[in-house]
Design a protein around this ligand. Structure first.
Ligand code: ADP
Length: 505
């Protein structure tokens, strides 16, 4: 922690006034168990995307803050690694308990800063953080090795050791869940962590870090806010950071991977997706239409790398399917993210608004294509400058359209009819991405065959849930490198295997 740091305090008790909590968290990183400002004193605004109003400022970190946070984490790591792994796990699980008592405030805070609806998204995410911490907290005794038959009179064993300080860089779309999938296994395995939050969503991440720091020894979990090149990049290149785990865009993933390669440190990358959903005519129609809404993550404004942004429907049910889907999306309520009645909140930022609108305009201008805007824009005057975009369903787009090939990260899906199984499988696999896919059919034989042949890290049949604890999650092709969320991922990505041989002849 910098010597000159001004240490802030916040309420420990759950604070259901999200604006008050945002103000209390304003302008701080968390280093060494304390909320501290940037060394430079710089901050940047945090804006509520539903109203356009500033709700707080975030500390603007740079290389000096990275130095302070990493040095503190490196100091803490030595002792943390010596603690029995079950004890580490127990502390992480204890953090889950504390977070559970703060779920509502965390949910309100994340809704305030990201525009994700409280009922459909933010509360779910806050609860999932506790689940993930609980799950990994129970795995302390799984940090174990093997005994290897090498020679008589030689006892040969492997042990799992932590890597050291882990740099974790997270995005804004599901910041809490994605952070928990990184910090929980890293900590239980004996590493310490410095998280760099996304510039658009620093507050709830900071609150979770602060709550966990009331239980974990200081320095085990430090957090910085700031911009990518100024704060994220020095975290990746810092010599004491021995592992980087990153979730974000493909171009930045490449930058991070190159920097990690330069240092010869391991890296885990969770990148984009253009996930196909394949619907056969024999599916359970109603369940599948409902599944298309969740698959497309309309309640998250489509801001999900697993969003079913390409939906292929067998021709006999195509028209009915498109009509039913549009009708269902029409019934979803767009509005104030903090209102319990709201299904769909806002887009995160002006940049994303422009990007998504650009795709929609291009789709609308495509000859022969049809784009249907669904649901209704909110009418409340206080939301007039909110970043709302109606969900759009496109049909008749050519397969080489940018809308079909590129990740939009907005509430836009493209639906195509198909006639033949082999052709649709090829179309689904014809993408640079390979994160997730789903198949909807009552023919288990075809479902399983597709599951095996779809090029994706996660394939689901007759459902499309988000990432779940203990199911390995991660992509192939440009969607990423390495897996998260499971016991194996903790062992593979947050420990190294040391061989110890003892000759007792
Ligand atoms: P998105 O388009 O979803 O914002 P990005 O890949 O730009 O995705 O950002 C994901 C995370 O990576 C954010 O925390 C961002 O600040 C960080 N980031 C951006 N550029 C860099 C960089 N050059 N080095 C390290 N981190 C970066």
């Amino acid at each position: 922690m910098p010597d000159t740091a001004i240490v802030q305090t916040t309420p420990l008790e759950p604070c259901l006034d999200e604006r008050k909590l945002a103000a209390a968290l304003s302008g701080s990183h968390l280093i060494g168990g304390h909320l501290v400002p940037s060394v430079s004193g710089k901050t940047f605004p945090v804006v509520n995307p539903a109203t356009g109003q500033q709700v707080a400022v975030a500390a603007e970190g740079d290389a000096a803050d990275v130095d302070a946070a990493v040095a503190d984490s490196a100091r803490a790591q030595k002792e943390w690694a010596r603690m029995p792994s079950r004890k580490r796990g127990a502390l992480v699980a204890q953090c889950a308990g504390l977070i559970r008592t703060h779920v509502e405030e965390i949910a309100r805070l994340i809704a305030l800063e990201t525009g994700k609806a409280l009922r459909t998204e933010s509360r779910v995410e806050a609860n999932t953080v506790a689940d993930v911490l609980e799950f990994f907290g129970g795995l302390g005794s799984e940090i174990k090795g093997e005994s290897v038959p090498f020679a008589p009179n030689v006892l040969s064993v492997t042990v799992r050791e932590p890597l050291g300080v882990v740099g974790a860089i997270i995005p804004w779309n599901v910041p809490l869940l994605l952070m928990s999938l990184k910090i929980a296994p890293a900590l239980v395995a004996g590493n310490t962590v410095v998280v760099k939050s996304a510039e658009e969503a620093p507050l709830a991440v900071l609150r979770i870090c602060e709550l966990m720091n009331r239980i974990l020894p200081p320095g085990c979990f430090n957090m910085l806010s700031g911009f990518g090149p100024e704060c994220g990049a020095p975290l990746v290149t810092h010599p004491a950071v021995r592992k980087v785990t990153f979730t974000g865009s493909v171009p930045v993933g490449r930058i991070v991977a190159k920097a990690a390669a330069e240092k010869l440190i391991p890296v885990t990358l969770e990148l984009g997706g253009k996930s196909p959903m394949i619907v056969f005519a024999d599916c359970d129609f109603e369940k599948t239409v409902a599944g298309a809404l969740t698959s497309m993550r309309f309640t998250r404004q489509g801001q999900s790398c697993t969003a079913a942004s390409r939906i292929y429907v067998e021709r006999p049910i195509f028209d009915r399917f498109v009509a039913a889907m549009a009708e269902r999306v029409d019934a979803m309520v767009m509005g104030d993210p903090l209102d319990e009645a709201t299904d769909i909140g806002t887009i995160i930022s002006d940049d994303q608004m422009d990007r998504v609108k650009g795709f929609i305009a291009e789709g609308m201008a495509t000859p022969g294509a049809t784009g249907r805007a669904c649901s209704a824009m909110p009418s409340a005057p206080e939301l007039a400058s909110g970043k709302f975009i109606q969900p759009h369903i496109f049909t008749n787009l050519p397969p080489d359209s940018r809308l079909v090939r590129e990740e939009i990260f907005g509430p836009v899906t493209c639906i195509f009819p198909f006639d033949e199984a082999e052709a649709v499988l090829n179309a689904a696999n014809d993408s640079e991405y390979g994160l997730a896919a789903s198949v909807w059919t009552n023919n288990l034989k075809i479902g399983l065959e597709f599951a095996h042949r779809l090029e994706a890290g996660l394939v689901q049949i007759n459902q499309n849930l988000v990432v779940q604890a203990n199911l390995s999650y991660g992509g192939v092709k440009s969607s990423g490198l390495g897996k998260e969320a499971s016991l194996e991922s903790m062992l593979e990505h947050f420990t190294h295997k040391k061989t110890i041989m003892m000759n007792y002849a």
